[in-house]
Design a protein around this ligand. Structure first.
Ligand code: F6P
Length: 318
């Protein structure tokens, strides 16, 4: 019986469990033996393998995090680390490996594929920073977490006539800030992909208060700046009372949304389909609501641009 391994790597994200469940159950349904690798590439080098049956992935669909756990491994970037992982996979008879993770994990998967292990990537990161997929796993859930936090902040900011400066995650990508900004109707966003001017933003906030607004919300993507530094600057330029909030890892938790559950289930299914078709060395994603795949090389060569139409939409809605 052919064996397929599955692991989660890098920062966890809501929907990883749903993706694992889909890979495992679809694999079993098609006659494969399924092996879970604990703690990502670290577990691959340490041969931390566990056989997965259908019951082992019960009760995880609606849980955030990843029951296989995750890690960021520097050792796996070395040739020695990769050769160790490959010999562990070969000893166990695992020919195919599904890697659920972000850009760094894709680089690891691509390296293994070059060395003869057939690999498949699923975009597991809340950052939405992987090219050639409209969504990454957990991004939609994170938007909902941010939206709820903004709702709570809006209540107290209104009572005290304050400006809330909220820092969100995303590394060098402004998608969480931009789309949470659209979803929450905030007054300004600062994202790394576009220039912003503190004086202009402060003046716009000031004139909003002069027109009778009782609160303002500004989202700062972590790649664009720090809320703790920006809030006092806005206070200085606008004369308004400001408060900084860093949402941090709260954004990575919570039960996945229906969207994250459904599209991860579809991608897991696709991974098994590709294995059966003899295709490998590819990253799976969703484009225009179709499950698609591209070679790792294509992903690495493509720049992840901020969605220009979303940005324009935000500007028109403010
Ligand atoms: O890539 C996901 C992410 O949550 C980023 O948004 C953030 O910059 C980073 O991981 C935080 O990393 P860690 O969990 O190691 O603190």
């Amino acid at each position: 019986m052919k064996k397929i391994g599955v692991l989660t790597s890098g920062g966890d994200s809501q929907g990883m469990n749903s993706a694992i469940r889909s890979v495992v159950r679809t694999g079993l349904a098609n006659g494969f033996e399924m092996i879970g690798v604990k703690r990502g590439f670290k577990g691959l080098m340490e041969k931390d393998f566990t056989k997965l049956e259908s019951k082992d992935v019960s009760d995880i669909l609606y849980r955030g995090g990843t029951f296989l756990q995750s890690a960021r491994s520097e050792a796996f970037k070395t040739e020695e680390g990769q050769l160790k992982a490959i010999s562990n996979l070969q000893e166990e008879g695992i020919e195919h490996l599904v890697v659920i993770g972000g850009d760094g994990s894709y680089r690891g998967a691509a390296a293994l594929n070059k060395r003869g292990i057939k690999t498949y990537g699923l975009p597991g990161t809340i950052d939405n920073d992987i090219p050639l997929t409209d969504y990454t796993i957990g991004f939609d859930t994170t938007l909902n977490v941010v939206m709820e936090a903004i709702g709570n902040l809006r209540d107290t900011m209104s009572s005290h006539e304050r400006v809330s400066v909220i820092e969100v995650m995303g590394r060098n990508c402004g998608d969480i800030a931009l789309q949470a900004g659209i979803a929450s109707g905030v007054d300004a966003i600062m994202i790394p992909e576009r220039a912003w001017n503190i004086e202009e933003i402060s003046q716009a906030l000031r004139s909003g208060f002069d027109r009778g607004k009782t609160h303002s919300i500004v989202i700062v993507a972590e790649g664009a700046g720090k809320a703790d530094e920006i809030a006092p600057l806005i206070a200085e330029h606008s004369g308004l009372d400001t408060r900084a909030t860093v949402l941090g890892h709260i954004q990575r938790g919570g039960t996945p949304t229906a969207f994250d559950r459904v599209f991860t289930s579809r991608m897991g299914y696709k991974a098994i389909e590709l294995i059966q078709e003899g295709i490998s060395g590819v990253a799976i994603g969703i484009e225009k609501n179709e499950i698609t795949y591209h070679s790792f090389e294509e992903i690495f060569e493509t720049k992840d641009e901020v969605n220009q139409r979303f940005y324009k939409l935000f500007q028109d809605l403010v």
